[in-house]
Ligand binder design. Sequence first.
Ligand code: FES
Ligand code: FE2
Length: 326
Amino acid sequence: MPVLDPVLVNEWHPVMFSSRLEDRPLQVELLGERVVVFRTSRGVHALKDLCIHRGVPLSLGKVRGDEIVCAYHGWTYDACGTCTLIPSLPRGTAIPSKAKTSSYRCQEAHGLVWVSLGEPDKDVPAIGTRGLLADYAQVFMGPYEVAAAGPRVVENFLDVSHLMYVHEGMLGDSEFSEINDYRVHETDGALRTDEIEVYQPDPDGRGVGVNTFYTYEIYHPMSVSLTKRIEGSDDVFHLYLFVTPQNEEKSIAFMIMERNYAFDEPDETFVSFQDILLEQDRLIVENQKPELLPLDLQAELHLKCDRLSIAYRKLLSRAGVSFGTA
Ligand code: FES
Ligand SMILES: [Fe+2]
């Protein structure tokens, strides 16, 4: 099902890591729409993935110069979606004015390609308030395809009391399940929590148990992060999550981790750890009912430790994100 949500239609969404987009066009699904993304000397571009001639996806074609050429009969479209060449037309014949496909806004930021299907009035969500930090090591994780609605995936990331159960032995220990009280503040347009203490047998895949202090941040309905401070050291770990709804039932999660320690550790240590955590979370989020996150706060039971989930649900309501259900 497409996501008929005017707020999300007018937002920017990441569709792939920039490194994946080379000289071949690629198809992505965004809010139920098939989109072709391609790179030319002028940057990255996104069009509706449909040739107006016979309905073939343009992503089966190729990039030539600054244009994209359909695989079937060679109709060629510029980055605005206007057909500039129909090879079978006799020379001098005008190209029909209806020979167009829709074009979408597209740009690169934070190592990702972003697309908006509508008219965004803001830029792509910031990474924190700082952007990626020059003196930190960054690791790109995912993309992870999850058969769950985007807000369920985001809320799972913001849920601190699942760490001791879903990720027991890694991010938590069920013997230490109590969550200290915390508040959620609004500063610089983002929601932030106080620190939440969590004992972790293995906080990042290197297998060293420590006490950590979590702070969560919500910048945008689909962009959130967590920061872990490691007790007794200056080590800091940030994990950013960007969730793109492919449609009502499926999402893609992009993660960027950055840290100011263990610079010699290979990326693979952290990526394979995150891959395991994601599979643990997948079992939960792909089975939650109802599939769409209930924004009516009476619909489920909440505890004090769920303050952040409540704040997230309120933020979605306030932003008018209906996910097509209103
Ligand atoms: S279907 Fe694309 S050129 Fe004919
Ligand atoms: Fe989790």
